[in-house]
Ligand binder design. Sequence first.
Ligand code: ZN
Length: 225
Amino acid sequence: MKILSILLAAVLLFPTGQIKKPVKYIALTFDDGPHPEYTPQILKILYEKGAAATFFVVGENAERYPELVRAEFDLGFEIGNHTFSHLRTNEKSAGALYDEIKKADGIISEITGEKPTLFRPPEGRHNNKTDEIIKKAGKKTVLWTIDTRDWAHTDKYKIIENIKNNVNNGSVILFHDYIVPPSPTPDVLREILPYLKERGYEFVTVTELLRHKADIGGVSSFFIG
Ligand SMILES: [Zn+2]
């Protein structure tokens, strides 16, 4: 009887369909593109699955394939800056970083009419000196919490396992749309997107994820403001 009354109370309190599960947020990010083969494939998969994402484009690739950056933008994806030439920043090259960010900004905004607010340093390399330069260039630095290592042609099943084992509310997953063929990424997305959706994850852009700061328990693991 006790169980029955608990059940009854549950039904009364939460009429069918109104039980609100807390939403979990996740940001899919794609670096180094656009790529003539993989970017359209990835866009199609994301669009069909209704998944938002953020593309950290390399300026010289954006210059080569402006129509793909335009497609990303027109489909509502967020575009971030990933330098002009994929400059691997260190103490020696820090001085060139400002110009690289500005040059990529110029190319992107010529295509979309908007300057990105987010920046991802190539290979995640940054230090106090480069953080200052990135800030001076008006950008916020976004790193990641899950590295798929897809660029190294990691086996797709290993990538899927890695995501399944490490994903949580507020994850930022690092993928690449520019990869020397063959890329495991489209196949990984086809499998992992429905899996995550079933488990209550909502795919958002990085900017949107930052807005949900409080719901995901902070952003210090992937964000330098
Ligand atoms: Zn990169």
